[in-house]
Design a protein around this ligand. Structure first.
Ligand code: TZP
Ligand code: MG
Length: 214
């Protein structure tokens, strides 16, 4: 997998986290503020609704030239012509996803433990989601967290780009970058912010700060 991963601020969507505001407005504001990659993450929608939402989001992402990634669902990703998919350790296995999607389709993969890195075909991953870097109320079924030390260790053993997710806030963003994350993935820090565009701008600044130490 040799597709470039130059992205720095990754919005992972969650309708609930948007706090009654229009979902598409929140995502668009986030892109105006500097989000440069978006993942549609839907756990409860029926397939037809999932596809409709993905199609509408794709139009907006295309306007901003921001790649759209679909969480978990390979069929939806293919159907709407998404840029890529993101899979976790309990989703379709990477090798199977690769077989379905073909050689050059970007597939992001979450890793939760060092053991996940030993699995065959890890080389097939487009990037690694460091999941969770910190535990978070947004996702309650995680068992442990990588922490900054774990993140730094990961960085030292893999060449893959690392996307940190889990309680990533503007307050800890610089630190997470300093410890080895190449990109920050955020749900509530942007979706629930009073001003999602401003929040994204602040994240971009903090990321730039962190990169100066690398
Ligand atoms: N995977 C690991 S943590 C997480 C996901 C989807 C949730 C991140 O949400 P937040 O609100 O940015 O902590
Ligand atoms: Mg998943």
């Amino acid at each position: 997998m040799t597709i470039d991963f130059p992205y720095k601020l990754y919005l992972v969507t969650d309708e609930k986290a948007c706090l009654e505001r229009d979902f598409f407005w929140v995502v668009e504001e986030a892109m105006k503020g500097g989000v440069d990659i978006v993942q549609l993450r839907e756990k409860k929608l029926f397939l037809d609704q999932f596809i409709k939402k993905a199609e509408r989001l794709k139009v907006i992402c295309d306007e901003y030239k921001v790649p759209l990634i679909i969480n978990d669902n390979i069929e939806v990703a293919k159907h709407v012509g998404a840029f890529g998919v993101h899979i976790g350790q309990t989703d379709t296995p990477l090798e199977q996803a690769r077989e379905i999607l073909g050689e050059n389709f970007p597939i992001g993969l979450s890793v939760e433990t060092f053991r996940d890195l030993e699995k065959p075909n890890i080389a097939e991953a487009w990037y690694l989601g460091v999941s969770p870097v910190f535990s978070t109320p947004t996702k309650e079924d995680t068992i442990s967290e990588w922490g900054l030390k774990g993140l730094a260790q990961l960085k030292s053993i893999t060449e893959k780009k690392l996307v940190a997710i889990g309680n990533v806030k503007t307050q800890n963003a610089t630190e997470i970058i300093k410890f080895g994350a190449d990109c920050l993935a955020v749900i509530s820090g942007i979706c629930s912010a009073p001003n999602p565009a401003k929040a994204a701008e602040k994240f971009r600044l903090e990321i730039e700060n962190g990169l100066r130490f690398r």
